[in-house]
Ligand binder design. Structure first.
Ligand SMILES: [Fe+2]
Ligand SMILES: [Fe+2]
Length: 221
């Protein structure tokens, strides 16, 4: 016997739906041009702080009050926007700033640390995505304490990472990069958004979570 459980329809806009829709529209517009690449990156940081909030809410709700739709949203955002943002910095912003490293040597060593944090975040986020998609499917996680620790480690370090970039890296970029360098960064960001999904991330999708997102989910008996 299977029980049908209804979830909100995808077109019923909650404030959270609206925020994600705005992000998607902005990314689509970004396919044509990004006239203010540093402003775009600052707004991407705001999106990532929202992801951190979602992850904290999920960690606080473990194990019995988990919102499965929220898990699905958070996994999708980690899978796409965070990876592209890292590429924007690694291929565009950081190389441009390195050419000005003589202006501020401590900034040059900070860029190295930030890049290694990207590697750690990308690796940890893959484990988090897998766990979130299991939660979205209604599966039990093998270790609630382990997942809670992993989520908290991720959003704590990611918030510190973003705060440093907002306070040190983006202001340095605004101070030192000229119009031609900003146009080069824009070109890199546009190229990143033309990459195929295969180049960016695995094609694994949680089909049960997709059903859930469409508005109806068949709960196993
Ligand atoms: Fe970064
Ligand atoms: Fe960043």
């Amino acid at each position: 016997m299977q029980k049908i459980v209804s979830f909100p329809k995808a077109d019923a806009r909650s404030p959270e739906d609206e925020a994600f829709a705005q992000t998607r529209q902005r990314d689509e517009r970004a396919m044509a041009s990004i006239p203010d690449p540093l402003g775009f990156m600052a707004r991407a940081h705001q999106d990532q702080l929202r992801i951190c909030e979602l992850l904290e809410e999920i960690a606080d709700s473990l194990p019995s009050r988990v919102d499965r739709l929220k898990c699905f949203y958070a996994a999708g955002k980690l899978r796409t926007t965070m990876r592209i943002h890292h590429l924007d910095e690694e291929r565009g912003l950081f190389p441009a700033l390195r050419r000005h490293a003589q202006i501020n040597r401590s900034l040059a060593s900070s860029l190295e640390r930030l890049e290694s944090e990207h590697i750690e975040d990308d690796s940890l986020s893959q484990d988090i995505i897998d766990a979130l998609e299991r939660l979205a499917s209604g599966e039990a996680v093998s270790s609630v304490d382990g997942l809670s620790f992993m989520l908290r480690a991720f959003f704590d370090s990611h918030r510190r990472h973003i705060a440093f970039e907002d306070e040190m890296v983006l202001p340095a970029a605004r101070q030192h990069l000229d119009r031609a360098e900003l146009e080069d960064i824009e070109a890199v960001m546009l190229a990143n958004r033309r990459m195929s999904p295969d180049e960016l991330f695995s094609r694994h999708l949680c089909s049960t979570a997709m059903d859930l997102f469409r508005g109806e989910f068949t709960e196993p008996s």
